[in-house]
Design a binder for this molecule. Structure first.
Ligand code: PLP
Length: 297
């Protein structure tokens, strides 16, 4: 069966304060955000009718816009309320939530001082970011040719649409070789992150993860570091060089879409899906589904 394109799904999209029928939520071709990537977005997940860490995501959306030099004309509280209202209107308990803010069409040069700032929120059902069968065995990652840029080159702390150009290029190159995703190094040649998720490694019972100084310090990343702490696992945030992957035993990705996903290979390096990875996968599920975890106790 052919997949339904994303502009043809059912329901409504919240757009600039109104619920618009899904298929009518359109922008003009002369939109600054489309031509010059003046757009920022979020990726959130609802579990059992609640959006996990909703306010943290909305605050990051505001910060991302601030970094790109524009102000979203809705407060964090208004955006949170709109997300929840839309989730109920769409009738989903478990879903993916995508707010996006962009500069409109009033000016079409590089300068966009007078452009309206638009905000839309879409919610759809997106069960697993990676193939579920592959995910349980550990996904395979290519080593990307593109590197995460120097913060002096790009606004790396913003979840800005433009920063995903090299992610799509890297992911496509990986998929062409049969990999699920790609691991990117940073501009200095250090291990950074995957194209839409942070990375962790395990060696001798200790968890290692790169210091997020030129890529997103993910909300899932911080959640997993907290969960690891509760289990008594030591987590070391530090510079990780690619050659070190030779000695790591386990590897996993974290992200709102990816959740906690085991990795079995990065280029020439192999990993097992070990106990620490499995424990953190389970702990993450229990955290995002507190009601389900309580019922199981
Ligand atoms: C490039 C990139 N890194 C990391 C992450 C993980 O961030 P979070 O856990 O906040 O979803 C994401 C996903 O949003 C991402 O797109």
């Amino acid at each position: 069966m052919a997949e339904v394109p994303f502009d043809q799904l059912d329901g409504h999209i919240w757009m600039n304060g109104e619920f618009v029928p899904w298929k009518d939520a359109k922008v003009h071709v002369l939109t600054h955000g489309l031509h010059y990537a003046s757009a920022v977005f979020e990726g959130e997940r609802a579990y059992g009718g609640e959006i996990f860490k909703l306010t943290e995501h909305t605050e990051r959306l505001h910060e991302s816009a601030d970094i790109l030099g524009f102000k979203i004309p809705y407060s964090v509280g208004e955006i949170d309320a709109a997300c929840m209202e839309l989730l109920h209107k769409q009738g989903f308990a478990d879903a993916y939530v995508r707010p996006i803010a962009w500069r409109g069409s009033e000016m079409m040069g590089v300068s966009a001082q007078k452009n309206r700032i638009n905000l839309a929120i879409a919610i759809w059902q997106w069960p697993s970011y990676f193939d579920p069968e592959q995910r349980m065995k550990g996904i395979r990652l290519d080593l990307a040719a593109y590197r995460r840029p120097d913060p002096r080159t790009a606004p790396s702390k913003s979840k800005a649409a433009g920063l995903y150009m090299i992610c799509t290029l890297s992911k496509h190159a990986a998929e062409a070789k049969g990999y699920a995703d790609a691991l990117m190094l940073d501009w200095r040649g250090r291990v950074a992150e995957a194209t839409g998720a942070n990375v962790f490694f395990v060696k001798d019972g200790v968890i290692h993860t790169p210091t997020p100084d030129c890529f997103l310090d993910g909300i899932t990343r911080r959640t997993v570091i907290e969960l690891a702490g509760k289990r008594g696992y030591e987590v070391v945030e530090r510079t990780i060089m690619p050659e070190e992957m030779e000695g790591f035993e386990q590897c996993f990705l974290t992200g709102t879409a990816a959740e906690v996903t085991p990795v079995s290979e990065v280029g020439p390096y192999s990993f097992e899906v070990g106990d620490i990875t499995r424990t953190l996968m389970d702990d993450y599920t229990a955290t995002v589904y507190p009601a389900r975890a309580a019922a199981a106790e």
